[in-house]
Design a protein around this ligand. Structure first.
Ligand code: PMP
Length: 427
C-alpha cells in the first residue's frame, strides 16, 4: 500500500538531517507520537501492541518513573563528586540483587560505556588484552567495544586481540553443545596466547540475543568461565539485554547458569527510558584500575538517572514483574509452540521469561529463512503488533515485550501471530 503523505514527508526530512548509519524498523516504518503501558500510538490514533521494547520494561511512561524523575529534576541534579545519600541508598539496593561477591558498582550512561569501562578494568586486573566473544555478539558502539561486536558485520572489523566462539544452538549442535564449545574456547585461548595477547576476558550476553536468543544449556557459562579463569582471564556477563528480571528467574540472566561473573554490565531497562547504565564488579577485580586511573563520568550516577533507576528497581519488586515475566513468558512459549506445530517453517520456539525467539526455516529443516521471517514481522506490523527478527541469519522472530505484559496482552499477541502465520507461511 502507498504510504500516506505525512509519512513520506517524515522520511524525506529524516533523510535530509540525520547523520549516517541510522535504520528504521519495518518495510513500512511506524511513526510514534505517544506510548502508554504496552501500547504505542501513531499520529492518526492507531494503537500498536508493543511486544518488542525492553527499555521501557515497566511499560511506556510508567507513572512511578515519571514522578521520580520530575521530582528529582526540580530538586537537584549534579554529579558523583558530592556526597549524596540517595546514590548510596540506590547502590546498596542494587548490589543486594547480586551474589555477595559482586560488591561494587560504577555508573555510566549507556551499555556501551559500561562495557568499555568493564574492559579497561579487566585489562588492568589481568594484565592481558585478549577478548573472547560469541560469533554474532553485540556489545556496543564505542570504537573499543565495536571491535568485539562481530554482529556489526565485516565493515566493522574485529580487533586483532579478539577471537570468536560459536553461540550455543541446540537445534544444530544436538546434545554436544557444552563439549563443542569447550573445545572451541580452548582453541581461542591457545591462539590468543600464541599471539601474545593473553586472555583478558570472556564477554557474553547472558541470553545470546544477537546470536538468536539461546536460553539453553544452562551448564554452559560455568564451563566457559572456568576455562577463561584458568588462563588468567575474567568472565564479564553483559546483562544489558537479559538483566532486570527479563528472563523470569531472578534479577540477572547469568543466575540461570550456575556461575558468578567477575564483572557484570547493565543498561537498557535500568531507567525505563532515562539513560543509566552500570558496571558491577568484584572489589578485587577493580583494585588495579582504581590505583592507576581516575574515572569521572559527568552524567553517570547523577541524580536524575539514579532516581529513575531507583523507581525501576522498586517497581519491579512492588509489581512482582520477575514472576510476571516467568508466568506470561511460559504462557507465550506454550502458545507459540502450539502455533509452530501447525507450521513446518517454524522450526523452534525458545526463550526464558519475556525473551522469546521463534526460528523461521525452510520446512522441516534448519536452513534459515530470513525473507519469510521478515514477511512475518511486516505482516504483524500491518496488524498493529510490533516485534522484530534477529540472529546471525536474521530469521529468528524476537519477542521482548515490556515486563508488564499481562495474560490478555499475551493472548492477543498469540492470536495475531497465528493469523499472520496463516497468511504468510506457505502450507
Ligand atoms: N550489550 C548488549 C547485549 C546490547 O544489546 C546493547 C544494545 N543493544 C549494548 C550492550 C549497548 O548498549 P547501548 O546501546 O546502551 O550503548
Amino acid at each position: 500500500a502507498a504510504q500516506p503523505p505525512h509519512i513520506r514527508e517524515l522520511l524525506i526530512r529524516r533523510g535530509k538531517v540525520l547523520g549516517p548509519g541510522y535504520q528504521l524498523f519495518y518495510t513500512n516504518p511506524v511513526e510514534v507520537v505517544r506510548g502508554d503501558g504496552v501500547h504505542l500510538y501513531d499520529s492518526t490514533g492507531n494503537e500498536y501492541l508493543d511486544a518488542y521494547n525492553n527499555v521501557v520494561s515497566l511499560g511506556h511512561c510508567h507513572p512511578a518513573v515519571v514522578e521520580a524523575v520530575t521530582r528529582q529534576l526540580s530538586k537537584l541534579t549534579t554529579n558523583t563528586r558530592y556526597l549524596q545519600a540517595d546514590l548510596l541508598d540506590f547502590s546498596e539496593r542494587l548490589l543486594a540483587t547480586f551474589p555477595a561477591e559482586l560488591d561494587r558498582v560504577t555508573y555510566t550512561c549507556t551499555g556501551s560505556e559500561a562495557n568499555d569501562l568493564a574492559l579497561r578494568i579487566a585489562r588492568a586486573h589481568t594484565g592481558n588484552t585478549g577478548i573472547i566473544v560469541t560469533r554474532n555478539a553485540y556489545h556496543g558502539v564505542t570504537a573499543e567495544v565495536a571491535a568485539f561486536s562481530p554482529s556489526l558485520g565485516p565493515s566493522s572489523p574485529l580487533g586483532p586481540h579478539v577471537r570468536t566462539i560459536s553461540a550455543p544452538d541446540p537445534l544444530r549442535h544436538g546434545t554436544s553443545v557444552v563439549a563443542d564449545l569447550r573445545t572451541e574456547i580452548r582453541a581461542a585461548i591457545d591462539d590468543l596466547q600464541r599471539h601474545g595477547f593473553g586472555v583478558c576476558a570472556l564477554v557474553v550476553d547472558s541470553i545470546f540475543s544477537s546470536d538468536g536468543m539461546q536460553p539453553v544449556p544452562t551448564d554452559l557459562l560455568g564451563v566457559l568461565a572456568a576455562e577463561v579463569r584458568a588462563a588468567g582471564g575474567v568472565y564479564l556477563a553483559d546483562e544489558v539485554q537479559a538483566g532486570f528480571g527479563r528472563t523470569g528467574t531472578g534479577w540477572w540472566g547469568f543466575g540461570r547458569h550456575e556461575v558468578v561473573p567477575d564483572l557484570v554490565t547493565l543498561g537498557k531497562p535500568m531507567g525505563n527510558g532515562i539513560p543509566v547504565a552500570a558496571a558491577v564488579l568484584r572489589n578485587e577485580v577493580g583494585r588495579e584500575f582504581g590505583r592507576k586511573v581516575r574515572y569521572f563520568n559527568t552524567f553517570g550516577g547523577s541524580n536524575v538517572p539514579i532516581a529513575a533507576a531507583a523507581a525501576v528497581l522498586g517497581t519491579i519488586e512492588a509489581e512482582g514483574l520477575i514472576d510476571n515475566a516467568h508466568e506470561i513468558g511460559a504462557q507465550l512459549k506454550r502458545g507459540f509452540a502450539r502455533i509452530a506445530s501447525d507450521h513446518p517453517h517454524l522450526a523452534d520456539v525458545r526463550g526464558a521469561g519475556l525473551f522469546l525467539g521463534i526460528e523461521v526455516t525452510a520446512p522441516e529443516s534448519t536452513e534459515p529463512d530470513r525473507v519469510l521471517a521478515q514477511s512475518l514481522v511486516d505482516d504483524l506490523r500491518e496488524h498493529f503488533v510490533l516485534v522484530s527478527a534477529s540472529g546471525p541469519h536474521g530469521n529468528v522472530i524476537k519477542i521482548r515485550p515490556p515486563l508488564v505484559f499481562d495474560a490478555a496482552d499475551a493472548a492477543l499477541l498469540l492470536e495475531r501471530f497465528a493469523d499472520s502465520a496463516a497468511r504468510v507461511l506457505p502450507t
